[in-house]
Design a protein around this ligand. Structure first.
Ligand code: FMN
Length: 162
């Protein structure tokens, strides 16, 4: 049984990688009975409206400028009504480049996590920090999304007796 039946996925993405990750996670969640997931860009004008009816949210951004969230996500953090953030349960994910920016790899996830805590949101689980192409990391993304909603994914299929 999942803990949540609706999940909103808010993403900040410059070149489409984090956007693709959000789509992969939404797809995995929508395949589960009784769960509805939808994605929305952090820069979309409807994001506050969506947040008004949200409880469970995944937030993700790529990292730029030596450790900062992607621009649209940064603006979202600055502009969103904090009263919409405090009641949320949030899982945080992000994309970066561990070789190019080892000192600031996925720094955006730390910035987002700290901001969420300051606004009074409940941050669920560890940050998911990924480097590479979202499509190559499908399994990590799906596992993260399913764990967030409380669906166990750590059973090794080889050890499951049918
Ligand atoms: C100019 C530039 C700066 C970047 N800065 C960082 C950084 O500070 N830390 C990091 O982990 N990745 C950094 N990256 C890598 C991007 O976050 C990574 O390519 C990511 O997959 C982009 O995702 P997006 O398409 O969703 O924006 C940088 C990339 C570029 C081109």
């Amino acid at each position: 049984m999942a803990i949540y039946n609706q999940v909103l996925i808010i993403y900040g993405s410059e070149t489409g990688n984090t956007e693709r990750a959000a789509e992969i996670m939404a797809h995995a969640l929508n395949r589960q009975d009784g769960i509805q997931a939808e994605t929305i860009a952090a820069g979309d004008l409807r994001v506050e409206e969506k947040l008004k009816s949200a409880k469970a949210v995944l937030m993700g951004a790529s990292t730029w400028d030596h450790g900062l969230p992607q621009d649209d996500f940064k603006v979202f953090m600055e502009d969103v009504d904090p009263a919409l953030i405090s009641p949320l349960d949030v899982g945080v994910f992000g994309f970066g480049d561990p070789e190019g920016f080892p000192e600031a790899f996925c720094g955006a996830t730390d910035v987002i996590r700290t901001w969420l805590s300051e606004k009074g949101a409940t941050v669920v689980g560890d940050n998911l920090r990924l480097g590479g192409d979202a499509d190559d990391l499908r399994q990590d993304l799906e596992t993260f999304a399913l764990k967030f909603v409380g669906i166990a994914t750590d059973l090794d299929p080889e050890h499951v007796i049918n």
